[in-house]
Design a protein around this ligand. Structure first.
Ligand code: URA
Length: 190
C-alpha cells in the first residue's frame, strides 16, 4: 500500500490493467490540496484533461471552478479533485463498468490517504458507484448520505449543466448545501 499520494500516483502511472492505459496521453491522477477535507469525484478525463494530465480543465472544469468559487472553494487551496477512472475513455464515452472497477482501488487509496470529511460525486457514474447503485441525480442531488465517517453527496456533472442550463439553479442550491455542511462540520477552509 502506498504511503503518500505521490507514491500512489507513480503506481498509477505504470498501470495497464485496463485498455484505457494504452490509449491515454497522460494519467489524470487528481489535483488539489492534499490536506483538503473536501473531495470531488468526477467521471473520467476528457480531451483537455488527457492532454494536460489534470482533472476538470476543459469547459466543464471552468464551470466547476466557478461554482466552487461561489462558496469559497478553490482547487489550489482547500479541495481535492479526482475521477472514477484516471485515463481518458476514447471519444469521451462513459467508462465501462469493468474499467471503473479496475480503477476503483486507486480511488479508494486516494481517499484513505486524504481522509476527507466530505466527498461530492459529480454526476451519475460517480454517485451510483460511490453512494448507491440506484442513485438518481435528478431526485437525490444535494442530499447528504453518511458512509462510515464520510458525508457523501451527489450533484449534477458540470457537463450536464452545460447541456441543460435549466439544471444550473438546482446545482447552485447543492453547492449552497455543501457550504452549510462545511460549516456544520466546522471544516476550516481558510
Ligand atoms: N469530466 C469529468 O468527469 N472529469 C474530468 O476530469 C473532466 C471532465
Amino acid at each position: 500500500m502506498a504511503e503518500t499520494l505521490e507514491e500512489l500516483k507513480r503506481a498509477c502511472e505504470s498501470c495497464l490493467k485496463c485498455p484505457l492505459g494504452k490509449t491515454r496521453t497522460n494519467l489524470v491522477f487528481g489535483t488539489g490540496n492534499e490536506n483538503a477535507q473536501i473531495m470531488f469525484v468526477g467521471e473520467g478525463p476528457g480531451e483537455q484533461e488527457d492532454l494536460q494530465g489534470l482533472p476538470f480543465v476543459g469547459k466543464s472544469g471552468q464551470l466547476f471552478d466557478l461554482y466552487a468559487s461561489l462558496i469559497d472553494l478553490d482547487r489550489t487551496k482547500n479541495i481535492y479533485i479526482a475521477n472514477m477512472v484516471k485515463c481518458r475513455p476514447p471519444h469521451n464515452r462513459d467508462p465501462k463498468p469493468e474499467e471503473t472497477e479496475m480503477c476503483l482501488p486507486y480511488l479508494r487509496e486516494q481517499v484513505r490517504l486524504l481522509r476527507p470529511q466530505i466527498i461530492v460525486c459529480l454526476g451519475r457514474i460517480a454517485a451510483q458507484r460511490l453512494i448507491s447503485p440506484d442513485f438518481r441525480v435528478t431526485k437525490q442531488h444535494g442530499e447528504f448520505f453518511k458512509k462510515g465517517s464520510v458525508y457523501m453527496m451527489g450533484t449534477f456533472h458540470p457537463a450536464a449543466l452545460l447541456r441543460d442550463p435549466e439544471k444550473k439553479k438546482s446545482a447552485l442550491e447543492d453547492f449552497r448545501r455543501l457550504r452549510e455542511k462545511i460549516e456544520e462540520l466546522s471544516i476550516n477552509i481558510y
